[in-house]
Design a protein around this ligand. Structure first.
Ligand code: 4AD
Ligand code: MG
Length: 461
């Protein structure tokens, strides 16, 4: 079988030749003596038109094929200079590989994203999700390519862990204990000695702490894997299971970290524009007008920079516009993030040096003793897409911070060792993979860029 992608990319090689393609029927139209099948084989964004005539012995049956049926077609590829499509197949044989029943839910009309969300297993057969998930796949590849070209080592960090990197307590617990009959100690506590790992464990919220240990051995590393957060936020940008890319660089500070983040994002933008032009054109036409122009601009201009303190000054002047009023010390909500990046900077912007109280324990304390060397990258349409920081590399300051944060020092021995055995400046960040895909496609809901989304109250399929 020839892939439709191959036909579109190298059509000269195939024009006038007899070929066989397999795919799924999008529509069938017929007259008394001939008909058209529009089919998609999934390898390319464009559909392929098949012309068949009553010379075929199964002419009558073909005209009754239901939408969704799997077919195998053999015929000659001919150019169609006057049509929208560059070519079509003149069929010599149309075989039904697998019929579809007439209640196939994806008929030839535009279905809403909500409607398709209820059909996680079928929606990848639609144009929108063909585009989304091919781009998602390409973005993953581009990210690996970016880091590999720069000699970063890809580290596989564990998914089951005993630590809570972000300290937000939003973990999914992992246990083999019988929830209907939980063993208790004499003191009435859960007896974790009887649990699989002999201690409480959870799904990881971030691979960073493990990543740091490898950065202290390989200098430049990155992780790319699933992370889990039991955040009770039912929004369009939060998922319970999402993928994160977390580079960690040694002998580097917050500035180096931001340079890395900016060049990575620009690289990925350029990569998808170059390698998925048809899909990106589709998003630009049907999902987010202006997407291409915006991305091209972002890829070729500098990101903005503002400190948290400056950002608060800007936001305070606009407090009348916000549901949550801001003042120094508060965490930024999506509405504030979007205001900064959409109304003030009108491009991606790094917000740096947040108050230490609202950030994680591992961030490096600034000289003012009030803020930490943190950065969030905010982008129009989404808000925070990256969160990162320079790490506290001073043993005593880190211990003090852990005490303040009520962390059990013994659980973090390995982490403290890094500050004992040749501590070095280091920094890193986490890119939310799904938010990145949303940004690149203009899709507005995180549920529509994850093949099988897990969100509050939803773990279907
Ligand atoms: O800002 P966060 O919490 O940072 C960390 O986890 C650090 N350990 C990263 C590091 O420095 N190595 O998360 C990083 C990014 C966010 O900016 C966001 O894009 C994404 O992960 N993210 C989510 N994406 C989807 N659903 C959620 N519930 C998310 N929570 C965070
Ligand atoms: Mg964050």
């Amino acid at each position: 079988l020839v892939q439709v992608r191959e036909l579109f990319r190298n059509k000269e090689q195939y024009l006038g030749k007899k070929i066989t393609v397999g795919g799924w029927v999008r529509s069938v139209r017929d007259t008394k003596t001939f008909g058209f099948i529009v089919m998609s084989d999934g390898t390319f964004f464009e559909t392929l038109q098949i012309v068949y005539t009553d010379k075929l012995s199964n002419f009558a049956e073909i005209s009754k094929f239901n939408v969704g049926s799997a077919v195998v077609v053999t015929g000659t590829l001919v150019a169609t200079p006057d049509a929208k499509q560059p070519f079509e197949i003149q069929a010599e044989e149309v075989l039904l590989e697998g019929a579809s029943t007439s209640d196939y839910p994806l008929q030839k009309k535009r279905h809403s994203l909500e409607f398709l969300r209820a059909m996680t297993h079928l929606r990848p057969r639609t144009n929108t999700f063909q585009a989304v998930f091919r781009v998602r796949s390409l973005v993953a590849y581009a990210i690996h390519k970016f880091f590999q070209e720069r000699d970063f080592v890809y580290v596989h960090t564990p998914l089951i862990t005993g630590s809570d990197c972000e300290g937000a307590g939003e973990m999914f617990q992992v246990t083999t204990l019988d929830l209907n009959n939980i063993p208790k100690t004499k003191e009435g506590q859960v007896d974790f000695d009887q649990d699989f790992f002999n201690k409480p464990t959870n799904l990881t919220v971030s691979g960073q702490l493990n990543g740091e240990t490898y950065a202290m051995a390989f200098k430049n590393i990155y992780t790319f894997g699933p992370t889990f957060r039991a955040e009770n936020s039912n929004t369009t940008r939060h998922a319970a299971e999402f993928w994160m890319i977390e580079p960690e660089i040694a002998f580097a500070d917050l500035k180096d970290d931001m340079i890395l983040a900016e060049s990575m994002l620009k690289y990925v933008i350029k990569y998808v524009l170059e390698h998925a032009p048809e899909e990106m054109e589709f998003f630009n036409s049907f999902v987010d007008q202006g997407l291409l122009e915006r991305l091209q601009h972002v890829a070729n201009s500098d990101f903005g920079h503002v400190t948290y303190t400056e950002a608060i000054e800007i936001l305070e002047k606009n407090n009348d516009k916000f549901e949550y009023k801001v003042s120094w010390g508060c965490d930024l909500q999506t509405e504030h993030e979007r205001f900064l990046t959409e109304q003030i900077f009108k491009k991606p912007v790094f917000v740096t040096d947040y108050p230490k109280e609202i950030k994680a324990f591992y961030m490096k304390l600034n000289e003012d003793n009030k803020t930490v060397a943190a950065m969030d990258l905010l982008v129009p349409g989404i808000g925070e897409i990256i969160g990162g920081s320079q790490r506290e590399d001073d043993y005593d300051k880190l211990v003090a911070k852990m005490k303040e944060s009520d962390l059990n020092e013994e659980d973090y021995d390995f982490y403290l060792d890094l500050r004992k055995y040749g501590s070095a400046r280091h920094a890193g960040f986490g890119l939310g993979f799904e938010r990145c895909v949303m940004y690149l496609t203009g899709m507005g809901n995180i549920r529509d860029v994850i093949p099988f989304p897990r969100t509050v109250n939803n773990c279907d399929l």
